[in-house]
Design a protein around this ligand. Sequence first.
Ligand code: B12
Ligand code: SF4
Ligand code: SF4
Length: 293
Amino acid sequence: MGAAADTAALKRLALEAGAAACAVAAAGPLAALPRFRSALAAQEGPVPAWLARGPERRAGIRTWDPAARSVLVCLFPYWNSSLDKDFASLQPEDPETFLRDAGRKKINVPLLERLKSSGAKPMISRYALSRDYHSSIREALEAVLSRAAGVFPGLEGKVFCDTSQVMEKPLAAAAGLGWQGRNTLLLNSRLGSWFFIGGFTLNLDFAADVQPEYPGCGSCRECEKACPSGALSGGRLEISRCLSWHNTMETAGGPFPGERSGWAYGCDDCQKKCPFNEGASGTVPEFLRPLRS
Ligand code: B12
Ligand code: SF4
Ligand code: SF4
């Protein structure tokens, strides 16, 4: 088969469905497993059991889908720099009702109360100003996969977006879509870091993209300096310190360091001053547009 041409046809389907960038990786082992292990081993606080369980499951995508031969990885922007001026006006009056209506299941209600009684205006982070992305991105990717199956006879695959053991950032980096910055997130020269990662496995061989040279973070340390809870150092994140952990996953406890920064759901501080987000220019697909825009 003319692999390069076929890969272009596959990517076109993903771009038409709202991805701002996509690339193909081979379904081989990922070099990031030792770094994953060492990042977990370096955690000072408790590590969530679902993250620590069987790290070798993350060695490569074939442990998740043994039929995989290639992977299509896509980046879906939820924000770009032209929206920054609207951040305040996109915040809802009633954060709790807004979050529930948007499909968020875990909300730190005691934190919301503490923020309100301290006089702070609770902030919802950029990624959560739209409808919960898990189902909308899954639907978009399922539709791409089924259209692709119409073009490539025998094609089958499995969709991932956030909920599986797939190490999505290293996988996207292996596909050539960017690099992991000091805030641990995937950065892309054009899109910054304001995007979700999702994709699907392919049981057929598609030509893998080559990894371009990336500028990397250089001597920048803006994210580490900006983190209100001191969760970032040396390219690693201390999960038990991250506000996003406390306000979206482990939502019972508190007060915790840095909460006076005002983040009620998620936290954007390690991305806001990232130089690569200054000119982030990804087109936000309709299904990820802020609900109040
Ligand atoms: C668990 C999780 C969280 C946890 C822990 C985050 C973390 N960094 O580990 C919490 C709840 C805190 C969280 C928060 C957020 N998350 Co989250 N999260 C995940 C999830 C499910 C797994 C990530 C993981 O494996 N963590 C475990 C640790 C060990 O991995 P790691 O930090 O990536 O480890 C790397 C570095 O430590 C580095 N490293 C280790 N040692 C060393 C040494 C050196 C020298 C260097 C340079 C690097 C290095 O290599 C490791 C391996 O890649 C992924 C989805 C997925 N399945 O991949 C989404 C995901 C990473 N999250 C996402 C998002 C959007 C967020 C938030 C921005 C949301 C918000 N606004 O609040 C924040 C960002 C916080 C941050 N700075 O990371 C997106 C990121 C998109 C992107 N651009 O990269 C993902 C990919 C979900 C998705 N499908 O889009 N998240
Ligand atoms: S999301 Fe907030 S608390 Fe977590 S690492 Fe980034 S800046 Fe720190
Ligand atoms: S703020 Fe600087 S160090 Fe942090 S991720 Fe962005 S470029 Fe890298």
